[in-house]
Design a binder for this molecule. Structure first.
Ligand code: GLA
Length: 766
């Protein structure tokens, strides 16, 4: 657990775990994963310090109560000594009492009470048919697990509860930490074998969340694919189960470990919403179910598919953390709570500060692909600097014998033909232009055409004697192997030591196949999904400790590895390889349901004008789409016209004046681009409410209708805000300045016409 919000302390703490873990071929100790919560201290610029979280235990009713932000969470110990959920929702009055927990009456012989009782963390045993949190096979073949309360401790914002099986020394320690600002609760479990014999964990969740019984719930989740991430889906929760998951070894593009559930007619601005996100970058699953008595449960953690985790006597396994929260003000507020929480508690930052704002970045990939060399990169760097770019990133192609995607991955030496003098001259040049330097790696991969694979063919994930399926001509290194971990850490550490590098783009361009690990004992081979991710996290944590100024981006062919686990160790993520600025509006809308725009990198590119969808956008439109996150440019600047340069210079300068508001402020999704909407609009409000910025987009005009009026949100109603137009035009009667109340209640008419039109308007308090 992170002992405080200090980055160096986090890294030191994690580094100790790494030192211990890397000695062991099989990781079954505490995971070097993000903490439940950092220090509850208020952040600089945050509106008012939140009252501390309170955690109480009522001896009379045997109930635990956590109050933080606008949320109360209550559960109790019932007559059977099981932990039973009682209440999760809007904050209650301090004097409110919830009746003690009583296990449900037997509904029928087919629906026994331990299935119908909403348990906090149910072992698979007795008569349990709903999704268990934990399933175990003991050495003698017994698979009955019934967990009872033993003891608890309360310290600051964390409640720790110890459970034990009714007859065996299998212990589970549950942790609950509530964020005082947002009321978001982090839950995780440590499973410990204190018996005299080995046992095997077959399924382990971080937590089960129970919602009030009902049939009018709608679930929301994100799905997608490469270049089509973060598609938002909503469906009525019906009897039965819906599982969102990844079986791919990494988070995946196809589902993201985030959910939201609303009751009744919740909208963007109103209604009850429960939401959660799992901090895990390996195979995961979240099961959302409505049981036969209409109880809604959400259970999430390691994916139990092809999973088996032996624990010898004395060994433990720690689950990932499952964070969840509640909003009484609709989906919009649910996201804003998550964004605030991520910025304060998850994303790396110095003590009591917000994460560093994302610099304006240039990336060479879409301009040059693999054809990088010193002269070409220098020419791009000079042009990028003239636009006001602050970080120059050289992407794929600089290492080994990398000419295309057939060779080179795994050989992390600077290619001597492309860079005869190493990287130092280019880096020096980039610095002299006033930018810092970033470099692309894909550390976990190897091409069969590489020196590394020729030397260590056994280092890849594979089954002995079986074909090794290649994807993008590459295989996945088995990071769980100590020698692979040492190799990967070694070349990254060396490159960051040899060169003045400010930023690493950490890519990961395929999923697992044939997930064998023959170098380890047979019974340990299915621990790979956990051991691999522990080593991934530990490498990142150790690099961060040793190179504290280096920032990291998580990329996996775009958005294939975005989750609260990796975000504890990286400053930003690459949202999607799809840089079409209209498609991006949808992707970004889905993304912001789960993740803050403060980590959402968005580039202006040329492929967006000609590529994927074969259509054209103005330079201004492309910028406005990207300015809603961390702005980057990925165009081939050698082909830009003077007009492009002039527009880009203007946009970059404007962006720098609003980026704190966009990245760290409150996001309001004013008009959703979902469902084929012709229009969409977002608005961000700075933490002190002194500045706001609205972005509005039109797909194509129909029937001559004017654009819908925008009603701003979150402004100070009594303050006066003056408009400043980044790009676009307002209806001619619009006042130059007016009160927050005016902009929110009267609204503003923005002129949007034709095809792919866009506007950006700043509202500045006077
Ligand atoms: C992935 C990334 C791209 C780029 C290429 C390089 O597709 O998402 O941004 O870095 O790899 O090969």
């Amino acid at each position: 657990m992170r002992p405080s919000s200090s980055l160096s302390q986090i890294s030191r703490a994690t580094a100790k775990v790494i030192a211990r873990a890397s000695l062991l071929p099989l990781l079954c100790l505490l995971a070097p994963q993000p903490p439940l919560l950092a220090s509850p201290a208020a952040l600089a610029g945050a509106p008012g310090a939140a009252a501390p979280t309170t955690i109480t235990y009522d001896n009379a009713t045997r109930t635990f109560r956590l109050d933080g932000g606008g949320v109360t969470y209550i559960f109790g110990i019932n007559e059977r000594n099981e932990l039973q959920s009682l209440y999760w929702g809007h904050r209650l009055a301090p004097a409110d009492r919830i009746p003690a927990a009583h296990f449900a009456k037997e509904h029928a012989s087919f629906d026994a009470s331990n299935t119908t009782t909403p348990q906090e963390f149910a072992g698979w045993g007795a008569e349990l048919y709903v999704e268990p949190a934990l399933k175990i096979t003991f050495a003698d073949g017994n698979r009955d697990l019934v967990l009872h309360y033993i003891s608890h401790t309360i310290a600051a914002n964390t409640l720790t509860i110890v459970l034990r099986d009714i007859s065996r020394d299998l212990f589970v320690t549950l942790r609950y930490s509530m964020d005082s600002d947002t009321g978001i609760l982090g839950r995780s479990a440590t499973i410990e074998n204190r018996t005299q014999a080995g046992l095997t964990i077959e399924q382990a969740a971080a937590a089960s969340w129970n919602l009030p019984r009902g049939t009018d719930y709608t679930m929301h989740y994100l799905s997608g694919r490469w270049a089509g991430e973060s598609a938002l889906h909503s469906q009525l929760i019906q009897p039965g189960k819906t599982v969102i998951e990844s079986r791919r070894g990494s988070t995946g593009h196809q589902n993201n470990p985030w959910f939201a559930i609303n009751r009744g007619p919740a909208t963007e601005q109103s209604g009850d919403v429960w939401f959660g996100a799992l901090a895990w970058s390996g195979s995961w699953s979240i099961t959302l179910e409505q049981d036969q008595l209409q109880q809604i449960r959400v259970t999430g953690g390691f994916n139990p598919f092809d999973f088996s985790y032996p624990l010898s006597p004395g060994q433990k396994l720690e689950t990932p953390v499952f964070y969840a929260g509640y909003s009484s003000e609709g989906m919009g507020e649910a996201s804003r709570l998550l964004h605030r929480f991520e910025l304060a508690q998850i994303i790396p930052h110095a003590p009591n500060q917000l994460p560093r704002p994302r610099p304006v970045l240039y990336n060479s990939w879409e301009a040059t692909e693999f054809n990088v060399d010193e002269a070409g990169q220098t020419a791009l760097a000079e042009k990028a600097a003239s636009l006001g770019v602050e970080r120059f990133v050289m992407d794929d192609g600089w290492f080994g014998q990398r000419k295309d995607d057939h060779a080179g991955l795994g050989d992390w030496y600077v290619n001597p033909q492309k860079f005869p003098n190493g990287l130092a001259p280019l880096i020096k040049k980039v610095h002299s232009l006033g930018m810092d330097f970033g470099l692309w790696f894909e550390p976990e991969m190897v091409n069969p055409d590489s020196d590394l694979y020729r030397k260590h063919p056994d280092w890849v994930i594979h089954f002995e004697g079986r074909p090794e399926t290649q994807a993008r001509n590459q295989l996945v290194l088995n990071l769980a192997m100590p020698e692979v971990r040492a190799y990967v850490f070694g070349f990254l550490d060396k490159t960051l030591t040899d060169y003045d590098i400010a930023f690493v783009k950490w890519d990961y361009n395929r999923n697992w196949s044939e997930p064998g690990w023959s170098a380890t004992k047979l019974e340990d081979q299915k621990t790979l999904p956990v051991a691999y991710i522990h080593n991934l996290y530990s490498i990142l944590a150790e690099l961060r400790a040793k190179h504290p100024k280096v920032e990291f981006e998580s990329c996996s062919g775009g958005g294939g590895r975005i989750d609260l686990g990796i975000l504890g160790l990286t400053e930003e993520v690459w949202t999607s390889d799809n840089t079409d600025p209209f498609d991006r509006l949808l992707i970004q809308d889905g993304f912001t349901h789960a993740y803050t725009p403060g980590v959402m990198m968005a580039w202006v590119t040329d492929s967006s004008t000609t590529g994927r969808n074969h259509r054209n956008f103005s330079t201004a439109y492309r910028f406005l789409s990207s300015m809603q996150g961390g702005l980057g440019i990925g165009s081939n600047l050698n082909k830009w016209t003077p007009d492009d340069f002039a527009t880009a210079k203007h946009m970059v300068a404007e962006y720098k004046t609003i980026r704190e508001t966009v990245q760290h402020g409150s996001l309001y999704r004013l008009i959703s681009p979902q469902g084929g909407s012709e229009y969409s609009a977002t608005q961000s409000v700075s933490r002190d409410r002194k500045q706001s910025v609205a972005f509005a987009f039109l797909h194509s005009s129909q029937m001559g209708y004017p654009a819908p009026r925008l009603y701003l949100q979150g402004l100070d109603p009594n303050a006066v805000y003056r408009t400043h137009i980044i790009h676009g035009s307002l209806s001619k009667d619009t006042p130059e300045s007016a009160s927050g109340a005016f902009w929110m209640s009267h609204g503003i008419d923005i002129d949007l016409q034709g095809d792919y039109d866009a506007a950006g308007i700043v509202f500045q308090q006077q």
